[in-house]
Design a protein around this ligand. Structure first.
Ligand code: 13P
Length: 254
């Protein structure tokens, strides 16, 4: 099964709109014309418009957000709806990132609700799962990742799955410089695919793209992305620098 690779940059709470106007053209210039992988950048909400303007129409680079609120609108001070993101030309939205699960108490049920809202609004969710170090050391990795995958992705229609990306991000590898080995990552990616196959069917699972995230750098991207079940990367820190982000994209497709 040929799955087009998808490399996304999660900028987290970094880069002002002013800084974005510098970074995005640099990424564009360094990447050039590129269709070997889908490339996505996910700036903070406040920089989405600047990023969109810098990308221009018909860009090879897609825009994504880092979260949304599940309600269509109303009295939710400080929140952002799916329609607001669509209006800024977002095509993707990261959901259930471990930082949101940890600091904002997001549960699998909430992530699932947000994902359904995203899909209905034609936003493609990048749904994050991954165990903590304590969970891995206690031997609970498989149980945690299976539960998160089943809970966050419950009840999607078969057609919806064409627009879903899952990101495996072991919490212990995020921002720590400690990458999962390709074999460790491959093991969990295969587990996620088997889990999805179990409740959504083999056809869906075979087409599903599963990204790896956690200290992805230019020098480890190729080895990780060469694994049979690793279909992309969700890059944090290294996506804030145009040279390293573009090197990751190119190495991932080498
Ligand atoms: P780092 O690449 O900085 O480890 O972050 C990974 C991540 O959390 C991407 O969503």
């Amino acid at each position: 099964m040929l799955r087009k690779k998808i490399i996304a940059g999660n900028w987290k709470m970094n880069k002002t709109a002013t800084e974005t106007k510098v970074l995005v053209p640099e990424i564009k210039d360094r990447l050039g014309k590129f269709d070997q992988a889908e490339v996505v950048i996910c700036p903070p909400f406040t920089a989405l418009q600047a990023a969109q303007e810098a990308l221009g129409a018909h860009s090879d680079i897609a825009l994504g957000a880092q979260n949304l609120h599940q309600a269509a609108g109303g009295a939710y001070t400080g929140e952002i709806s799916a329609a607001m993101l669509r209006d800024l030309f977002c095509r993707f939205v990261i959901l259930g990132h471990s930082e949101r699960r940890q600091y904002c108490a997001e549960t699998d049920a909430l992530v699932n609700e947000k994902a359904r809202v995203a899909l209905k609004a034609s936003l493609r969710p990048i749904i994050c799962v991954g165990e903590t170090l304590a969970e891995r050391e206690a031997g609970h990795m498989a149980q945690v990742v299976t539960r998160q995958t089943q809970g966050s992705c419950a009840g999607f229609a078969e057609d919806d799955w064409n627009n879903v990306v899952i990101a495996y991000e072991p919490v212990w590898a995020i921002g720590t410089g400690k990458t999962a080995t390709p074999a460790q990552a491959q093991e969990v990616h295969a587990l996620i695919r088997a889990t999805v196959s179990g409740f959504a069917g083999k056809t869906v699972a075979d087409k599903l793209r599963i990204q790896y995230g956690g200290s992805v750098k230019p020098d480890n991207a190729q080895e990780l992305l060469n694994q049979p079940d690793i279909d992309g990367a969700l890059v944090g820190g290294a996506s804030l620098d145009a040279a390293s982000f573009v090197a990751i994209i190119k190495n991932a497709c080498a």
